[in-house]
Design a protein around this ligand. Structure first.
Ligand SMILES: [Zn+2]
Ligand SMILES: [Zn+2]
Length: 435
């Protein structure tokens, strides 16, 4: 069987709700994207009711069962989360800003949308923390109004000209009466009030107040057989709730060529070239006289990531041992150092539709987490290929459901407060060093 990769474009045909199933709450918030796990579940249901129903006759993995191969095997398809994009931007790929991104506290957002700009702090923090210029604090302010900055998180697209655009959905509260399924009557006292994603989005670029377009999401399907891709495209609902008028969609799958290692190699090169530029600036400001050694690279989490240590304990850090394992030993933990991690933890919850029970909550590293590694002896092509493969295969557990998607050295790390040819005097404020 031949595997291909696809761009998955999902257009809302009704309000959408992908609830997080927080126990006890009256109001269920929806996730603001279409989870890969939901798309995968709906696709699997379709195939188990049709072309792949033979799978239902066995409990164990069978190598010659198509379903086992497509959904459970080593080479199982990966369904990524589908993040929102403006309908006119469906050719662009949505990404999540790294946790090191900041924006003006006073007026947040990318500058072309009336904001005061968003910039990244990773490279400056690396140089400042490594070279420790005496008497200087790293305290960037807004380059536009000099207000304080705070961390800024969003899904974004980047067009061909390198312009950034925030991508988001609006939600509204639906109040409805829950129906007792067995008796088909309204259950007394059982009101449910889900937050739902609006099926239409107002065009921010348009002057008209009434210019609405269907809410659209873009994700990817990696390493999928044709039968799986066709099943995805045939879906008209995803997740539960269709009987209540929720979660109706239209889906298009378009074959794509995945990013190869040359593109990753180039991004790593650009990332290191900027470090090479910024490094001496901090030395000139009284930093230590250390040379930069080897290559730095980042893993930027594009989805929640479920990580376990080699001892099976949950962790929110991708360390050297986990990266070695994830790259099939290409990046040996002896040859790489985890230099910095900017991460926080959350919980992955879910709904087991077969059992009608919540799935066990798992600890995860949050989307946007950044892990900065150094390879003192540089990276060879085989290692870059292994990193490029991680961008489709993902890292950690349950990667087939879209958890653990990563991007190597996202271009946003190159967006410094002071540009490519910086004047550092505004980034650094004089003061007592914290050491
Ligand atoms: Zn099977
Ligand atoms: Zn500002």
């Amino acid at each position: 069987m031949a595997q291909n990769s696809y761009r998955v474009v999902i257009t809302a045909q009704s309000p959408l709700s992908f609830s997080q199933r927080k126990p006890g709450g009256i109001f269920q918030e929806s996730l603001t994207y279409v989870p890969g796990s939901t798309l995968r579940g709906a696709t699997a249901d379709t195939l188990l009711n049709g072309a792949m129903q033979d799978h239902l006759s066995h409990l164990k993995f069978l190598p010659n069962c198509d379903f086992c191969q497509c959904f459970l095997g080593q080479e199982a398809a990966v369904f990524t989360n589908a993040y929102p994009v403006a309908p006119k931007s469906t050719a662009e790929t949505p990404f999540v800003l790294p946790a090191t991104a900041v924006s003006c506290k006073h007026q947040q957002g990318f500058s072309q949308a009336d904001g005061h700009g968003v910039f990244d702090t990773l490279i400056d923090r690396l140089c400042w923390e490594t070279l420790e210029p005496t008497g200087l604090l790293y305290g960037p302010d807004c380059p536009h109004c000099h207000e304080r900055v705070e961390s800024y998180s969003t899904v974004f697209t980047r067009d061909q000209a390198g312009r950034y655009q925030r991508q988001e959905v609006s939600q509204r509260l639906l109040t409805r009466v829950a129906i007792n399924r067995r008796r088909a009557v309204a259950e007394e006292g059982l009101l449910y009030s889900p937050w739902v994603i609006e099926e239409v989005t107002r065009d921010e670029q348009s002057d008209s107040e009434t210019d609405f377009t269907p809410t659209t999401f873009v994700g990817a399907l990696y390493g999928a057989e044709q039968a799986v891709a066709s099943a995805v495209e045939s879906l008209t609902t995803v997740g539960g709730g269709s009987s209540r008028g929720l979660n109706h969609v239209q889906i298009k799958v378009v074959p794509i060529t995945v990013e190869d290692y040359q593109a990753v190699k180039q991004r790593v090169a650009h990332f290191n070239r900027l470090i090479d530029t910024v490094w001496p600036l901090y030395q000139a400001l009284g930093g230590q006289d250390k040379p930069k050694a080897g290559h730095y690279f980042t893993l930027d989490l594009q989805a929640q990531t479920i990580l376990k240590t080699p001892y099976g304990e949950p962790t929110m850090v991708v360390d050297e041992a986990i990266l070695e394992q994830a790259t099939g030993g290409q990046l040996k933990s002896a040859d790489i150092n985890l230099v910095r991690s900017y991460t926080s933890y959350g919980y992955v919850t879910g709904w087991n539709s077969a059992w009608k029970l919540p799935k066990q909550a798992e600890v995860c590293a949050q989307t946007g987490s950044v892990f900065l590694f150094q390879a003192p002896n540089g990276l060879n092509d085989e290692q870059l290929k292994a990193l490029a493969a991680l961008q489709q295969r993902g890292i950690g557990l349950r990667t087939g459901e879209g958890f653990g998607q990563v991007r190597i050295c996202d271009e946003f790390h190159l967006v410094r407060r002071d540009g490519q040819d910086p004047d550092l005097t505004n980034t650094l404020t004089s003061g007592l060093a914290p050491r």
